[in-house]
Ligand binder design. Sequence first.
Ligand code: INI
Length: 155
Amino acid sequence: MNIIEGKLNLQGKEKVAIINGRFNHIITDRLVEGAKDAFLRHGGSEENLDLILVPGAFEIPFALKKALETGKYDAVCCVGAIIRGSTPHFDYVAAESTKGIASVTLEYGKPVSNGVLTTDTIEQAIERAGSKVGNKGAEAMITIIEMLSLYSEMK
Ligand code: INI
């Protein structure tokens, strides 16, 4: 059996964008840091990493589409933090962000990861932004690194 699986190292040439929804920026700034750190530790270079900022998670799919349309990026890592209770919009924002990221990803066929937290409380978000439960921004970056490698294995 031939197993086709991505590796966790970059060639150093890959151009990647992080798209960050600034809403709840105390959390999302940490997710960006985690994503950037993972990119550099896995062989990416700082000049090949762009950070695109949008107001909130709802806007991420629009910026993602625009970013992929430019053809500049090999992969995009999306991060944000949607916290229940901040506003009754939680369910709408979470649903649109998730659906939008998935549908743009299918349209462009490039690796995209969804590192947008959806939590009930700010404590759960803090736990996932560089404390008890790790850093979901770093995990999202590692996901696109693996998918970039997988796609090149599948050529
Ligand atoms: N955006 C978030 O990223 N997280 C949230 O928790 C959030 N809440 O709860 O409202 C949120 N709302 C803003 C939304 O993403 C849009 O920026 C806004 O609706 C304007 O389109």
